[in-house]
Each structure stands twice: as C-alpha cells, then as structure tokens.
Design a protein around this ligand. Structure first.
Ligand SMILES: Nc1nc2c(ncn2[C@@H]2O[C@H](COP(=O)(O)OP(=O)(O)OP(=O)(O)O)[C@@H](O)[C@H]2O)c(=O)[nH]1
Ligand SMILES: [Mg+2]
Length: 324
C-alpha cells in the first residue's frame, strides 16, 4: 500500500481547514503503523509553524468547575477575536467516554463559536501515550492559527504533571469549604501552580471563598517561588457570571509578559521540549527491551537464578540490559 501523502494534510492545517485538522488528529490518535508514520511526516512539516500561542493548563478536583471555567474564558477570548482551542487530558478512557459528550454539551456556547475548536481527550492505555498525543494535537492547533490553547485535566493522579509540562501557565482551580486538605492540595500540585483561582466565588459562597483565599495565601508562603520573576497569586473567580474569569486571564497575560521580558518564556518551552524528548527515549527503550527476542528468551532462566540467589539482582539486570 502506498504511504499516505502528508501534503494535503499540511496544506489543510495551515489554511485552517477544520475537516483536515480533525483528520490529522485522527491520524495522530490512530494506532495503525501507517497512520503513525503519516502523522510523523505531517508533524515534521508543520513544526516551523507552531509555538505562537499561549498555552494554559487547567486542573482541579472533579466538579470544581474546570469545564464551565473554560467555557466562560473561551467565549470571552473568542469574542475578542482570539482563536481558542480546547483540549483535554483524561487518561481513564472509560471516564472520558462519558465526559466527551458531557463537556461538549456543557461547553455549549463555546462549541458553537466560530473562533473555537474543542477536542476531547484522546483515548489511550497509558497516561504517557495520552499526553504525547495531546502535545501533538496542540501543535496542530497552533499551526492552524489557534493562538490560545486551553488544556483541561482531571485533578487526580499523574495527569497534572504531564499537563504542567506542556503549558506556559498551569492554573489550579479550587473551591472553598470542601476540606482544603482533601482538595488535592497534594502539595506537589501547589508547587506546580503558576496561579490559583478559587472558583464559584458567587452568591452564598462568597464569605467562605474569602476565607479560603487567606488560608491559601498563608500556605503558599511556605513554598519558595521557582523564580524571582513570579510568585503564584491566589485569585477568586466565578464562571457563572459573564466575564467572571477575566481577572484570571489578566494574570496569565501578566505572567506571559514578564516571562517574555526575562527570557524565561522560551527557556521554559525549550526545557519542556527536551524533557519530552527524554520521556520518549525512555519509553522507546522500555519498549525495545520488552520486544527483544533474546531478552525474552533469557528472562525465565535469569529470574530463576535470581530467586535461588545464584546471581545478584544487579548482575542479572546488567546481563539482560547487555542484550539491548
Ligand atoms: N455557583 C457556581 N457554580 C459553578 C461554577 N462553575 C461551575 N459550576 C457548577 O459546578 C458543577 C461542575 O462544573 P464542571 O465545569 O462540570 O466541573 P469540572 O471541574 O469540569 O468537572 P469534571 O470534568 O467532572 O472534573 C456544574 O454543576 C456547574 O454548573 C461557578 O463559578 N459558580
Ligand atoms: Mg470537566
């Protein structure tokens, strides 16, 4: 079978042709070898056209209001003429099976907006796989002229780390009075945050929100900022009021301008690209190891020798690795 010609895809993406954008994403998500090879060639050609966007990651526990926030902010930005792409990283395919439809209907105004594009989480067996696909999909969006990329991720487990490592600004959404210590203030998450917004700052929630803000500011005092350029602020916002997320966007822009001025913006992106390369190298090595015929033949005997203390685990590991 003739290989798939990447050029129609590349032309389609660069001219912002929605159907070709979606078809490219399908190639990226496919597990067929010829699709992956085609996606690879498309990516190579569009790479020079990528990078010109602000990438904002949004995390927070289920129900904190991430999708509603993205809908509100997305409409605000799209109305201003920005081209807004919304992506999601959700490694549990069963869950995303439900929330794909859920989010598209929840983001009713945004999905109907001519300046917006919404893509649910790619399905995948591993978080690494899902995150890698989302990164490529993000680049496709940029080459197609989207200048704001919003990435939603569930606030549980490792997916936050992957999203934080692909965005320019990592926003943690919280709600007041839900037992803050339970709220994934897994400390690690706060350490990754470039900013925190306490959501649902409306109606009866307001007093609790103000208290949560003060508590959080105190907690953040104990985390040393990564750079003298920026200390993660704590804001409050509401996604049910029109434009209720504007303050948060102003914070993202402020961060963007400051990081551009110091050179930290490009530095961070370069860092992220290298990290990604090494992640892929490690994943590739692992795969080669497990697919290696000789290694697979040796494993049972070597394992038995380790179990019977005939050879040490480290000598055994050394031996298996030497067949790579
Ligand atoms: N009062 C109030 N309610 C909100 C606000 N934002 C979201 N909600 C409500 O909170 C509920 C959850 O909102 P979602 O946007 O679906 O939350 P999510 O974080 O995306 O949830 P998952 O995708 O399931 O993790 C919905 O019933 C929203 O209507 C807000 O700013 N104020
Ligand atoms: Mg959601």
């Amino acid at each position: 079978m003739a290989p798939i010609d990447p050029d129609p895809y590349v032309r389609g993406i660069l001219s912002g042709h929605r159907r070709m954008i979606a078809k490219t994403m399908t190639l990226i998500e496919s597990s067929l070898k010829e699709h992956q090879q085609a996606a690879f060639r498309v990516m190579e050609k569009i790479l020079p056209h990528t990078g010109k966007s602000i990438r904002l990651g949004v995390t927070g526990v289920p129900g904190v209001g991430k999708s509603t926030f993205i809908e509100n902010l997305g409409v605000y930005l799209a109305d201003q003429g920005h081209k807004v792409a919304v992506l999601a990283v959700d490694p549990s395919s069963r869950r995303s099976g439900g929330s794909i439809l859920g989010d598209k209907t929840r983001m009713e105004k945004l999905s109907a907006h001519e300046n917006a594009f919404i893509r649910p989480s790619p399905a995948g067996e591993t978080l690494g796989g899902v995150a890698a696909k989302t990164r490529e999909i993000m680049l496709v969006c940029e080459a197609a002229g989207f200048d704001v990329i919003l990435v939603e991720t569930v606030g549980v487990g490792q997916s936050e780390t992957s999203v934080a490592s692909m965005v320019d600004f990592f926003l943690v959404l919280m709600i007041a009075g839900a037992g803050d210590e339970l709220q994934g203030i897994k400390k690690g998450v706060l350490e990754m945050a470039d900013g925190i917004a306490i959501n649902k700052a409306d109606g009866e929630n307001l007093p609790a929100v103000e208290k949560a803000k003060t508590d959080l500011e105190t907690a953040l005092h104990f985390i040393r900022p990564e750079t003298p350029t920026w200390s993660p602020p704590v804001l409050t916002c509401s996604s049910v009021n029109e434009g209720g997320t504007k303050k948060v966007w102003d914070m993202v822009l402020d961060h963007h301008q400051k990081f551009k001025a110091t050179g930290e913006f490009m530095q961070r992106r370069k860092h992220q690209s290298l990290d990604w390369m090494w992640t892929l190298v490690e994943a590739g090595l692992r795969k080669r190891f497990h697919n290696n015929k000789i290694i697979n033949e040796k494993i049972p005997a070597v394992s038995e020798q380790v179990e019977n203390e005939k050879i040490s685990p480290s000598a055994a590991a050394d031996m298996l690795l030497s067949y790579l």
